[in-house]
Design a protein around this ligand. Structure first.
Ligand code: NAD
Length: 312
């Protein structure tokens, strides 16, 4: 890929730029922020890591939307993060209004790109971009489940002592308290997780995963998580840029899959050079389906709010 724009040069945005550069996933990164100096400074700082970490990505920063011209992928991390005690939904109105202007700019200057959303509430922002642009759903998707799955895998590694390299997890649903970890697809070296830990312990891990973002926020107080979120975005970018056809939990627009439509929510999706290329329909049992429907109903409540807000 030649050019990627990251909108929002805050903690998640600049860390994502650094990770993408370090993996040599594209030739140029444009880091764009409403605060011009911040984006320029971050871009310069990351650029100066090039000789030390042996990569040669070119970075530039600014606040001029026109400079995103030619981007093949635009990653949106602009917007307020949560403060302690806030839910992701509390950010809805502010971050949708921020996303509004950014989506306008993308449609004007990078009309052929793919868009990857990170700003919260990510399911709603992704849905809004799809509705506003009218683009095919493969071009608009969001990051949530890669992070939630990584958090769960980390907790399992800490609990069992086994390598994260062998741990597979799959967290679906909305990015919030109702996310849906699928136990049957949670394995260590392909062996079902309940061979290693009790159901009670697994439930504790699931609960900690659900609160993974809030736990970090309550410890740090003045910053929500950004290393693992940025690494999760980078994992998705790597799948797209290298056309890997990886199956990753992705905030995707459903068109009847899992019994839902007109919604953006986390489901296993194939990521390749054309973005979100396909949704994998899992055979879920009753318990999993109930949890998924519950999660979808919470996302739908926020979509209703969005529809009122934006007269959709
Ligand atoms: P941050 O405050 O460090 O950075 C946000 C940046 O957005 C700031 O630099 C701000 O100047 C910029 N910004 C605001 N309005 C803008 C606009 N109109 N155009 C360009 N830039 C603009 O916040 P952060 O910690 O980097 O988090 C960013 C967003 O990502 C938040 O909404 C947060 O909730 C979300 N997030 C999502 C996930 C996920 O898994 N989906 C994980 C972590 C954070």
């Amino acid at each position: 890929m030649n050019k990627i724009t990251i909108v929002g040069a805050g903690r998640v945005g600049e860390t994502t730029a650094q990770f993408i550069a370090a993996k040599d996933l594209c030739r140029e990164i444009y880091l764009m922020d409403i605060v011009e100096g911040a984006a320029n400074g971050a871009a310069l700082d990351i650029q100066q890591v090039d000789p030390l970490f042996d990569y040669d990505t070119r970075l530039f920063g600014g606040s001029d939307a026109k400079l995103m011209e030619g981007s093949e992928l635009v990653i949106v991390t602009a917007g307020l993060p949560r403060k302690p005690g806030m839910s992701r939904s509390d950010l809805l109105e502010t971050n949708i209004n921020i996303a509004d202007g950014i989506i306008d700019s993308v449609m004007k200057y990078a009309p052929d790109c793919l868009m990857l959303f990170v700003s919260n509430p990510v399911d709603i922002v992704t849905y809004y971009a799809w509705r506003k642009t009218g683009w095919d759903r493969n071009r608009i998707f969001g990051q949530a489940g890669v992070l939630d799955s990584s958090r769960m895998a980390s907790f399992i590694a800490i609990e069992t002592g086994y390598s994260t390299l062998d741990i597979n997890t799959m967290v679906l649903g909305g990015h919030g308290d109702t996310m849906v970890p699928i136990h049957r697809y949670t394995t260590i070296a392909g062996i079902p997780i309940l061979n290693f830990i009790s159901r009670e312990k697994l439930d504790e891990i699931v609960e900690r995963t659900r609160n993974g973002g809030a736990e970090i926020l309550s410890l740090r107080q003045n910053s929500s998580a950004y290393f693992a979120p940025a690494a999760s975005v980078t994992e998705m970018v790597d799948a797209i840029v290298n056309d890997r056809k990886r199956i990753l939990p992705t905030v995707s627009i459903l068109e009847g899959e899992y019994g839902h439509e007109d919604i953006a929510i986390g489901v296993p999706s194939v990521l390749g050079r054309n973005g979100m290329e396909n949704i994998i329909s899992l055979d879920m049992n009753d318990e999993e389906m109930t949890l998924f429907h519950n999660s979808a109903s919470i996302v739908n409540k926020d979509i209703d709010l969005l529809k009122q807000l934006k007269n959709l």
